[in-house]
Design a protein around this ligand. Structure first.
Ligand SMILES: [Mn+2]
Length: 417
């Protein structure tokens, strides 16, 4: 018997069908974020990264053109099993030589090359207006600014992004999740906490009033606890965005697991929101002591988040996207480790005896529950993972890194930076 056949038999004994888990996972899209490839640089502005977020590190070989970024995304995706979706920021607009429009004037045509790229690869596209790294961010504020000119500029940007999201969905045939996150806030103690939030609320409302098909465009609002340089106040706090989503049908809450206090867990928040929202969205990341956006690893909280999506039968209600950026390591490896880790977490969750465990809890058999949950950690999961990778035509083990090393020698190291 092969290693997989043995593992399959072992899992069958506890009522888990590993073949079915593998087949199911192949159909579940996960969005890969373009911004790991160039440290959130984008193509539309030479402004340094700002808005409360920060990349650290200077690993050589980052993409500096759309062609390079696309080539790098292809390389990373070729090493990852599973169904992919592309996640773009508005700052990744591609202009013709000599052409430029500011963010309030962006049009679908500025993303035509991305659409062609996605269609050739049979992928949908998710989208994000870019409310940072731009001279119109005034005193750390965009949509919540008291300056009407500033606020108007960013509202027009948001509306342009709704139109572009509609274009993505129509072209690819896949709904586009459009996430609104702005780092608006104050470094020090504000005198007015409600005014900025009231303006932020009205700005959100204007943006989502832009005509769109709610079946094709899924506007989301993402919260945050604080950012670099805006430590004392964040307009889009958890209560703010959650309340907004709850009171605006068609608008989804988006939880980024780096955007809460370090002892809060998004795994616990997922089922809470599933009780109320038909759909929600996730940014999957790894915060080390703060919203550090480290590469996602196959670790406890990652596994726990995946379990909450899988065992609540919510794979078709939760839009999953990765969101991290580490400039200190090979960026293809960063993408690959992160994407593979979330795939492992989903597959692991699908290979647990979830119904049995739930039954033990409901029957108050907490001793048995602890024993079984601990024993489940030692099931031969690696054999199932290897089979999944084989059927997806990607390396099952660390040999994927040989491909990255080759790519670094042949492609990345030749980029003059
Ligand atoms: Mn995020």
């Amino acid at each position: 018997m092969s290693t997989y056949e043995q593992a399959k038999k072992r899992y069958a004994e506890i009522g888990v069908d590993t073949d079915a888990a593998i087949e199911k996972l192949k159909s579940i899209p996960v969005a890969l974020h373009c911004w790991q490839g160039d440290d959130v640089g984008g193509f539309d502005s030479k402004d340094a990264l700002s808005g409360g977020i920060l990349t650290t590190g200077n690993y050589p070989g980052k993409a500096t053109t759309p062609e390079q970024l696309m080539q790098d995304i292809d390389k990373a995706m070729s090493l990852c099993p599973g169904k992919k979706k592309l996640n773009l920021h508005a700052s990744y607009a591609i202009f013709e030589p000599g052409e430029f429009v500011d963010r309030d004037k962006l049009e679908p045509k500025h993303f035509k090359k991305w659409v062609e790229y996605a269609k050739e690869r049979n992928m949908g596209i998710d989208f994000n207006p870019t409310f940072f790294s731009h001279p119109m961010v005034k005193d750390g504020l965009t949509l919540s600014s008291p300056d009407e000119k500033v606020r108007r500029f960013w509202i027009e940007h948001g509306k342009a992004c709704i139109r572009i999201s509609q274009y993505f969905a129509e072209e690819t045939g896949v709904p586009c999740v459009m996430n609104i996150w702005a780092g608006d806030g104050f470094k020090d103690v504000p005198a007015d906490r409600m005014g900025p939030r009231q303006r932020y609320k009205e700005a959100f409302e204007e943006i989502i009033s832009e005509p769109h098909d709610p079946a094709l465009v899924k506007p989301c609002v993402e919260s945050k606890v604080f950012g670099i340089g805006v430590e004392s106040f964040t307009a889009g706090s958890a209560e703010f965005t959650l309340s907004f989503a709850a009171t605006h049908p068609g608008c989804l809450p988006l939880m980024d697991n780096g955007h809460y206090h370090p002892q809060e867990f998004v795994s616990d928040k997922i089922p809470a929101l599933l009780c109320f929202f038909p759909e929600l969205a996730l940014h999957i990341t790894r915060g080390v002591r703060w919203d550090s956006d480290h590469v996602v690893l196959f670790e406890d909280e990652t596994k726990e988040m995946a379990k909450e999506v899988v065992r609540n039968n919510a794979l078709d209600r939760v839009y999953m996207a990765l969101d991290f950026f580490d400039a200190s390591i090979n960026r293809i490896s960063a993408w690959t480790v992160g994407f593979r880790s979330w795939q492992k977490a989903l597959l692991n969750a699908m290979c647990l005896p979830n119904e049995q465990l739930k039954k033990l809890q409901d029957e108050g058999k907490f001793t048995e529950l602890m024993v079984m949950q601990e024993e489940a950690k030692m099931l031969p999961f690696s054999a199932v993972w290897e089979r999944y990778c084989e059927t997806e035509g990607v390396p099952a083990g660390a040999e994927w890194f040989d491909e990255v090393k080759k790519y670094e020698a042949e492609v990345l190291s030749k980029r003059g930076q």
